[in-house]
Design a protein around this ligand. Structure first.
Ligand SMILES: NC(=O)C1=CN([C@@H]2O[C@H](COP(=O)(O)OP(=O)(O)OC[C@H]3O[C@@H](n4cnc5c(N)ncnc54)[C@H](O)[C@@H]3O)[C@@H](O)[C@H]2O)C=CC1
Length: 212
């Protein structure tokens, strides 16, 4: 909104400030603490947030201490504590539409939700309704269901959204890193070598545990 004011000739500080908050002192919870969830916790640590995480698996004790994040075994117990909820788990049969009307109702009124994982982890209409009612104060992210999002997708028009098209990882550096990774996997494949374990989705006909 600040940039909109700058380019549209406005100057209305109160128009911005009435919904602006510091991250410091806020409780941020990630659902999923795999590669991205852990990096998120690491990066948030210097902001002085109260960090929580929910995952199928607890991270090892030394890393948990380094991250300064508390494990929440029960997702429904974590959600009401969070000012900000970030989704960092895969789309699986268990997580599809997990964030429906009932789950959203468990969150704090005024919660900010960021979902860069997969759109179908959330119930599209339930999110749009909660943004309209103000229960969700802000919804950011770049993943939609379906993709590309049709023109009439409710998330395009719901209030308080900071959605973008699916652009995470499309920086020039991100593209270099991805193509280098694909090249490395192809080289390993043609040499008959294994891939690093986290790179498997299916191995010997079996779905990797994080996708079950
Ligand atoms: N927007 C984008 O461009 C991108 C989106 N992604 C999405 O982000 C997701 C996370 O990526 P990574 O951290 O690399 O994956 P990862 O596989 O390293 O971590 C996923 C974590 O989610 C946990 N998990 C799985 N099911 C769960 C459940 N039911 N409840 C709680 N935790 C659960 C796993 O135990 C694991 O720790 C990916 O699955 C992908 O869908 C990833 C990269 C780019």
């Amino acid at each position: 909104p600040g940039h909109h004011q700058a380019i549209s000739g406005e100057w209305d500080l109160a128009g911005i400030a009435h919904r602006a908050y510091d991250l410091e002192g806020k409780t941020v919870g990630t659902v999923g603490a795999g590669r991205i969830g852990k990096l998120l916790l690491q990066r948030l640590k210097p902001f002085g947030c109260n960090l929580l995480y929910h995952d199928r698996l607890r991270v090892d004790a030394a890393l948990e201490e380094e991250l300064g994040a508390a494990f929440e075994e029960d997702l429904d117990a974590m959600l009401p504590k969070c000012d900000v909820v970030v989704l960092n788990m895969p789309l699986t049969e268990k997580t599809k539409y997990m964030f429906n009307k009932e789950k959203i109702a468990k969150m704090k009124k005024g919660v900010i939700i960021v979902n860069n994982a997969r759109g179908a982890i959330m119930d599209t209409q339930a999110v749009a309704d909660a943004c309209k009612s103000g229960h969700i104060a802000g919804k950011g992210g770049d993943v939609w269901y379906p993709q590309p999002a049709p023109k009439e997708h409710p998330w395009r028009y719901m209030p308080n959204n900071a959605m973008t098209p699916h652009i995470s990882g499309t920086t020039i550096d991100g593209q270099v890193s991805r193509t280098t990774g694909v090249k490395d996997m192809l080289e390993r494949y043609f040499k008959g070598q294994d891939f690093p374990e986290p790179n498997y989705i299916v191995k010997e006909g079996k779905l990797a545990s994080q996708y079950k």
